[in-house]
Design a protein around this ligand. Structure first.
Ligand code: HEM
Length: 191
């Protein structure tokens, strides 16, 4: 056992923490999108608000452990590392400044809505394309970085992996960033 591999373990631990939190946030987004009333939406909004606090821990853990391994064995001019750092910067900016801002607007709308059925504003913000795109594209970027860290491609391949992850994540988000079709009871002909 050497220090490098202990730090690599911590690097993966930080990744699992981040991916775990992202999975919980995704479930919250789907439940918020399906919610018809404040009682249905409230717990999922609260859970998302609590879980998002984990992201800085994961980001700092990834960067800190990655920086140690880079200085120890690799160099700061290694292409797959530099491109991945740029990808991580996009994740760090998109998370709080796009997803976080839109989530805050959704929270405000839920609080203004009051109890009972959700109004048009809260339902629209639960399907906000910017909120969904930033959330899912960030997961795509992270998976692109995992590709770079494991395959260690050149500059072009590293950029392609991150761009590909972004596009797939955004495409998934756009598939769901609209209100779900609510099944209505069939109309009954008057006798
Ligand atoms: C979202 C961000 C990141 C993710 C998802 C990620 C993911 C990974 C994964 C899965 C590995 C294991 C690769 C293997 O053992 O084959 C790894 C290793 C590594 N990562 Fe990261 N990483 C991220 C950020 C960073 C950053 C910011 C740096 C540099 C500052 C970095 C530097 C490294 C280094 C040097 C290794 C060791 C490569 C090896 O020894 O084969 N990582 N990373």
């Amino acid at each position: 056992m050497d220090t490098y591999h202990v730090v690599l373990f911590l690097h993966l631990l930080a990744l699992f923490i981040g991916i775990g939190a992202a999975a919980v946030i995704s479930i919250c987004l789907f439940r918020l999108r399906a919610a018809q009333t404040l009682a249905e939406a409230g717990p999922w909004g609260q859970l998302a608000g609590q879980v998002e606090k984990v992201f800085p821990v994961a980001i700092l853990g990834l960067f800190g452990s990655g920086a140690y391994m880079t200085s120890d064995v690799w160099t700061w001019s290694t292409h797959w590392i530099d491109v991945s750092i740029a990808g991580l910067v996009i994740v760090v900016l998109q998370g709080p400044f796009v997803a976080g801002t839109r989530a805050h607007k959704l929270k405000q709308a839920l609080m203004e809505n009051g109890g009972g059925a959700l109004g048009e504003k809260a339902r629209r913000l639960a399907c906000d394309p910017a909120l969904w795109t930033a959330s899912f594209a960030n997961v795509g970027i992270v998976l692109g970085i995992v590709w770079n860290m494991t395959q260690k491609p050149g500059t072009g391949g590293s950029i392609a992996a991150i761009a590909g992850g972004y596009v797939v994540g955004a495409a998934i988000a756009w598939r769901f960033a609209r209100a779900p079709v609510v099944e209505t009871a069939p109309a009954v002909e008057p006798a």
